[in-house]
Design a protein around this ligand. Structure first.
Ligand SMILES: Nc1ncnc2c1ncn2[C@@H]1O[C@H](COP(=O)(O)OP(=O)(O)OP(=O)(O)O)[C@@H](O)[C@H]1O
Ligand SMILES: [Mg+2]
Length: 424
């Protein structure tokens, strides 16, 4: 048999996060095959795709919204038996990657489970049948269905798309007028953020009042390994952009255990059988309830805070797992880490970000990155896509990591153009 030398990545994120799996594959001595329908998407702020090119051995251009087309485009690689593993790291392509891995007989997630996770309407239906605690949710295809749904779940309600990520389009609606307006916004386009066809309509959900956690786990050879529970912070209503994560959670063991129990039951309910998961829950007065299931690693800085606190390199181990190897999930460090995200206080044009020198003086800051050049339009974060930068802090305990991370983000001021910096 020909040596299996190739690692295939179906689309990715932009910047360092998106490059990571390609870098890891090279580091593992694999050839990298990158499938995309628009390589220009991976250009950096200066318009260059050089960083991606450096880590791509074969660039395959194909319609990545369609599993059969991707499988055909990879035909030669598959026929020669060179593909060791194939995966996607962002939600939008989890189903296509599951389909193609399945067609090629490669390790991967059951395609039906991928669909159950990817489409929030299916998640809600399948989990309701299994009795998983979750908000009431109604699929609405018309304005009047959305209003009737809001009436039945009660105000305020959450109106959201079924197949986006990064909290894009998720909004708290307090009145029928807000429900109608947001329904109109979400249904004005037929494709999602990455250009894939959207299911028609929206989900109208009961609004869960509580705090948010996520449960990170990996399914290996039929066994679920719980990596841990992450404490998450959220920005202001009516949107739900993340403000930060702390790992491990500082919640009492009985609350964490209950969160894990609900998350694993939800994963069983959707038939999840392989690879990484990131399950989001709200802990309410009635206990933890399911927000959503992602059949991938936690995004944003979750991988980083887990690595800093446990020594686990989940992206690397997951990639190895997709290539048929047994992942090494041994924890080598017992520390804690927290991330915080920088957002604009109001809409305008970015002038400068003050205080990075001060934030760097906070003990344990291991990363502080800002993404945008002066002159870029900014606005308060409606989703994680509007975040301007992030920092990561490590400490001995999660409470200390969170306190230092709050102190560090508190040093930063976003100054908009034509707006005098306060106190200067
Ligand atoms: N029914 C609900 N009740 C309360 N809050 C909700 C509800 N649905 C969504 N949210 C809030 O909105 C956020 C984003 O929603 P959701 O996770 O469904 O979208 P997403 O775009 O897939 O998120 P991401 O990809 O960032 O994890 C959630 O993390 C949660 O804070
Ligand atoms: Mg989510």
């Amino acid at each position: 048999m020909t040596d299996r030398t190739d690692f295939v990545l179906v689309e990715s994120g932009r910047g360092g996060f998106g490059l990571e799996p390609l870098r890891i594959a090279h580091d593992l001595g694999l050839r990298t095959v990158f499938v995309t329908d628009d390589f220009g998407r991976y250009a950096d702020a200066s318009g260059s795709t050089a960083a991606f090119e450096e880590h791509i051995d074969d660039l395959v251009l194909a319609d990545t919204t369609d599993s059969t087309t991707v499988a055909e485009a990879l035909g030669k690689h598959h026929e020669t038996g060179r593909i060791a593993g194939l995966m996607a790291i962002i939600d939008y392509y989890v189903t296509v990657a599951a389909d193609v891995a399945h067609m090629f007989g490669l390790p991967g997630l059951d395609p039906a489970a991928a669909r159950n996770a990817r489409d929030k309407r299916r998640t809600r239906r399948v989990c309701a049948e299994a009795g998983i605690p979750a908000p009431r949710a109604v699929h609405a295809r018309t304005d009047s269905e959305a209003l009737a749904a809001a009436g039945s779940v009660g105000y305020p309600c959450v109106v959201k798309p079924m197949t986006e990520a990064a909290s894009i389009g998720v909004q708290l609606c307090r009145t029928p007028a807000e429900v109608s307006a947001h329904f109109a916004t979400l249904t004005a386009t037929t494709t999602d953020f990455r250009g894939l066809a959207k299911p028609a309509g929206v989900l109208v959900e009961e609004y869960l009042i509580g705090y948010e956690v996520s449960v990170e786990s990996i399914m290996v050879a039929g066994e679920r390994h719980v990596i841990g529970v992450t404490d998450k912070g959220l920005d202001r209503h009516p949107w739900f952009a993340e403000t930060g994560e702390t790992f491990p959670s500082s919640l009492p063991a009985d609350v964490r255990d209950e969160c894990v129990r609900v998350a694993l039951a939800a994963l069983d309910a959707i038939g999840h059988d392989f690879g990484a998961t990131h399950v989001e829950l709200k802990v309410t007065a009635d206990g933890p309830k399911l927000i959503e299931i992602n059949a991938r690693l936690g995004g944003a800085q979750i991988g980083r805070v887990i690595r800093e606190s446990t020594g686990l390199d989940l992206p690397r181990e997951l990639l190895r797992m997709h290539c048929g190897l047994i992942p090494d999930l041994r924890v080598t460090r017992h520390r804690a880490a927290a991330s915080r995200y920088l957002t604009a206080p109001s809409a305008g044009v970015l002038g400068e970000i003050l205080g990075t020198d001060l934030a760097e003086r906070i003990p344990g800051v291991v990363e502080l990155t800002t993404y945008l050049a002066p002159g870029t339009p900014v606005r308060p974060a409606r989703s994680n896509a509007d975040v301007l930068g992030h920092l990561v802090v490590t400490a001995g305990t999660p409470v200390e990591a969170a306190r230092w991370a709050d102190a560090a983000i508190g040093q930063l001021s976003v100054v908009l153009r034509d707006e005098p910096a306060a106190g200067r």
